[in-house]
Design a protein around this ligand. Structure first.
Ligand code: HEC
Ligand code: HEC
Length: 273
């Protein structure tokens, strides 16, 4: 009897121990929150930081500069567009809802066809349809916060008072923007994107802007043929242009570039005359 009692007591103890352990002993596994960068602290997001975010979105994820650039002429320049945009609101063709510059910018991004700048409409639509994609759509995927950041950036760039507020979900916008920046869509689709991706502009002037570490390439097409250009990119030391030193231009582009990117760049350079 005593033995049986001992066995029972031992069993209960064991069961009790496991029950206790199961409930309290095993640490509960929760999915760890993503590491939070200090920059993402909402209370520390200043308007300056928000403008900088808009700048990066405008020049990166937003793809705005793929079209709004002085090279392609595919879209009106946004460099100094404030006065022009105020006129748009008084244009008899304007049928949108916007009363302010901020509202016009938002509308331009979310409903580009509400007002199409004369001469920039899709071919054959008599300027009733915009070729500009809706920026919140799949291709670009900008959030409300992204859009506000771009507006803040443009207003700041144009020397205007910033009228947007820093939205609550700005941290998400920043996370999304950072992850996009790390993985650009390849192969790249514009020479400008390639020049940024491969940092060509750090050393070369292509149009007006760029570094002067390498030769100015603004009129390179008039001097060099495609074969030369291709070789200059793939094997920079094969020919050294006058007045410049070898081993300065990275010799790694052959491994980094898709063939289509290389040909796009060569086509572009060959056309610079
Ligand atoms: C695929 C090309 C393309 C991309 C990408 C693009 N746009 Fe546009 N955008 C256009 C074209 C073309 C027009 C002129 C036709 C029109 O009025 O919609 C335009 C018009 C505009 C206008 C009105 C300009 C004016 O003078 O009234 C604004 C503002 C604008 N875009 C902002 C942006 C911003 C900001 C982005 C990036 C988030 C962007 N666009 C991305 C092609 C583009
Ligand atoms: C770190 C600076 C640097 C970067 C980045 C760079 N280059 Fe260069 N590049 C040079 C220098 C310096 C020369 C001149 C010496 C030589 O010919 O290698 C040169 C030469 C060239 C030439 C030949 C010009 C001529 O007339 O002979 C071409 C074309 C060229 N680069 C294109 C590019 C392109 C396209 C990219 C980006 C994919 C790029 N470079 C990136 C520094 C750079």
């Amino acid at each position: 009897m005593v033995n049986l009692a001992k066995v029972v007591a031992f069993s209960l103890l064991t069961i009790g121990f496991f029950a206790f352990f199961a409930n309290f002993g095993i640490p509960e596994i929760k999915p760890a929150p993503p590491p939070v960068d200090e920059e993402l602290d909402l209370s520390s997001m200043t308007m300056e930081g928000f403008v900088a975010l808009g700048d990066r979105i405008f020049n990166g994820k937003g793809t705005c500069t793929l079209c709004h650039n002085p090279v392609g002429g595919r879209a009106p320049l946004l460099d100094d567009a404030a006065a022009r945009i105020r006129e748009r609101l008084r244009d008899p063709r304007y049928g949108g809802q916007a009363q302010t510059l901020e509202a016009y910018l938002r509308e331009s991004m979310l409903e580009p066809s509400v007002f199409v700048v004369a001469g920039f409409g899709k071919a054959g639509t008599s300027d009733t349809e915009s070729p500009m994609p809706v920026v919140s759509g799949g291709g670009i995927g900008m959030s409300e916060a992204d859009i506000s950041a771009v507006i803040a950036y443009l207003q700041d760039r144009w020397g205007l008072d910033i009228t947007v507020e820093i939205p609550a979900d700005v941290a998400e916008a920043q996370v999304a923007e950072t992850s996009m920046a790390a993985t650009p869509v390849r192969p790249l689709k514009s020479p400008q994107a390639a020049f940024t991706q491969f940092a060509c502009t750090a050393c070369h002037i292509f149009e007006e802007a760029g570094g002067q570490v390498g030769p100015n390439l603004s009129r390179i097409g008039a001097q060099r043929d495609r074969e030369y250009l291709r070789r200059a990119i793939l094997d920079p030391n094969a020919d050294i242009s006058d007045g410049f030193v070898p081993n300065l231009m990275p010799g790694t582009y052959a491994e980094q570039m898709y063939a289509s990117e290389l040909e796009m760049i060569v086509d572009y350079l060959a056309g610079l005359e």
